[in-house]
Design a protein around this ligand. Sequence first.
Ligand SMILES: [Zn+2]
Length: 55
Amino acid sequence: MQELNTKKVKCPECLNYMILIAHNNGYSGQCSVCRSIIYSKQQTPKEKLIKIIKN
Ligand SMILES: [Zn+2]
């Protein structure tokens, strides 16, 4: 059985709520409003790296 790990976050670009899907070492997803692709990587419990790719 596969567990799908998702996270609801606010898009850094347009502040729309979007769903990120968990990967090996982070989260990623595409905003349905502004079409930006967001990569979120947990570095330490206090630090987070977010990469935004604009279309
Ligand atoms: Zn957006």
